[in-house]
Design a protein around this ligand. Structure first.
Ligand code: ACO
Length: 428
């Protein structure tokens, strides 16, 4: 293949270099397009054909259903690693040695207390507030309590900011849920593992000792790993673009949390469960909802199906489906919702509408079923996604800053009115 692309506009021809990734992905580098062509730009709503950066963190091939963090397959990581190891690999590039992992965990633990005044902010939210709104606000508020800015060229500064947020974020997650449930805002224990500590903070009741259920712990570890990064998705791009203005790490993460909230992105896990509940309440007729999803006059979409990038099975959905079965079996839970989910999946996989459009179940199709079995309220599902995505967001923010990427500032094609004279209010 030639290493340039030629563009013809009218009589003029321009050449642009091709960029090739380590997995042979090819892009046309159009950095000089606007200058060379005297103002021509590209337009690509939804960025379906636009690469925003070069990144060494996550590789995914949507056609083949491949997902790898730092070169390791998601299947192997989900089976053999724990969440903290995966977080370290995503953020620092390599799986940690035993000593590195211990130090990372120790440093996180010494940062896992938040300023007590944050409780006042939590208290000020009405019970009706959505947990994602609370989480985004609290994450942003962390900046006010930790005002010193991070010198990104100092490895020590960068490391300290990372262990700080890895320590404090789970506290905010737990408090977000406990606020909704009217439970006291507690802390975890330094003697527990990272994920066990999260569980204790979330589920501990004021009048009993909390015992870790290893089945639930293993499933949560896996879910967090599966959600830990997914290259340049909506929330990650938001973190990178907010951070590209040199907004701090916590502020950039807060922007990412808001982006994740939407039902077309992280909010889909809540939407899936609400959809499955609605189908159950409506008599469990999955065919009726399949028909609604295919009807172009009906805005209903089968939540948890389809993906911008995966045009083959989402590899994470395969792992989660097995985990959902395991958790429900081990906890002895018979959930009619799981049966409805399996029926829908089978119907969709055999339906020409879904087959032609390559709409397969995505990561969120089964995650809600597991979260529900763990006793996590539906409104918290997207918060759990954010908890898992935290290391990915951090890794992407860090990479963007260390690469000294320019401020993200797309252009547009203006389609509004041309210059016109101002009309006084009497003449409008
Ligand atoms: N149900 C029914 N039809 C669908 C669905 C669905 N879930 N998803 C896509 N389609 C159809 C569209 O109507 C469109 O049909 P057309 O070609 O006849 O117009 C075609 O499939 C392509 O869909 P687009 O919306 O163009 O695909 P896009 O890549 O822009 O959207 C998205 C991807 C947003 C994920 C979409 O599939 C969707 O809305 N899914 C449901 C929400 C969801 O599960 N989101 C979670 C994504 S995973 C994540 O964020 C972790």
């Amino acid at each position: 293949m030639s290493d340039t692309a030629r563009l013809q506009i009218g009589e003029n021809s321009y050449e642009f270099p091709l960029v090739k990734g380590t997995e042979n992905e090819v892009a046309i580098n159009i950095k000089t397009l606007r200058t060379a062509t005297n103002g021509v730009i590209t337009i690509d709503p939804g960025y379906k054909n636009t690469g925003s950066c070069e990144s060494a963190i996550t590789f995914l091939d949507g056609e083949k259903g491949i997902l790898r963090y730092r070169g390791y397959s998601i299947e192997e990581l989900a089976e053999k690693a724990d969440f903290l190891e995966v977080a370290f690999a995503l953020i620092f590039g390599e799986l940690p040695t035993k000593e590195q992992l211990e130090k990372f965990h120790k440093d996180i633990k010494s940062n896992s207390v938040v300023d007590d005044d944050i409780k006042k902010i939590v208290d000020a939210f009405p019970k009706s507030a959505h947990p994602m709104g609370i989480l985004s606000s609290l994450t942003s508020a962390l900046t006010a309590f930790n005002p010193s800015s991070v010198n990104v060229d100092s490895e020590e500064d960068m490391y300290n900011a990372i262990v700080k947020i890895m320590g404090k974020f789970p506290v905010l997650v737990a408090w977000t849920m406990r606020k909704k449930q009217g439970l006291p805002l507690n802390y975890g224990s330094k003697s527990l593992g990272y994920v066990e500590n999260i569980m204790k903070m979330m589920f501990e009741q004021p009048n009993e000792d909390y015992e870790i259920d290893t089945v639930v712990k293993d499933a949560l570890d896996k879910l967090l790993i599966l959600h830990a990064d997914h290259e340049q998705n909506c929330s990650t791009s938001t973190v990178r673009i907010a951070g590209s203005s040199h907004a701090g790490l916590f502020a950039s993460l807060s922007a990412g949390i808001s982006a994740l909230w939407g039902p077309l992105h992280g909010g889909a896990n809540q939407a899936v469960l609400e959809m499955l509940e609605a189908i159950k309440e409506d008599g469990g007729d999955t065919k009726k909802y399949m028909a609604k999803a295919k009807d172009k006059n009906d805005p209903f979409r089968l939540m948890g199906f389809g993906h911008r990038v995966y045009k083959n099975f989402d590899p994470r959905a395969k792992i989660i489906k097995v985990a959902a079965d395991e958790v429900l079996n081990n906890l002895g839970i018979q959930d009619p919702i799981l049966a409805i989910a399996k029926d829908l999946e089978q119907e969709a996989l055999n339906d020409p509408y879904f087959v032609e459009r390559k709409l397969y179940p995505n990561v969120d199709f089964y995650s809600g079923i597991i979260y529900r079995a763990m006793g996590i309220p539906v409104e918290m599902f997207t918060v759990m996604f954010a908890l898992g995505r935290l290391p990915g967001w951090i890794a992407q923010w860090k990479e963007m800053r260390l690469n000294h990427e320019p401020i993200g500032r797309p252009r547009q094609i203006y389609i509004g009115e041309n210059l016109r004279p101002f009309k006084s209010i009497e003449n409008r």
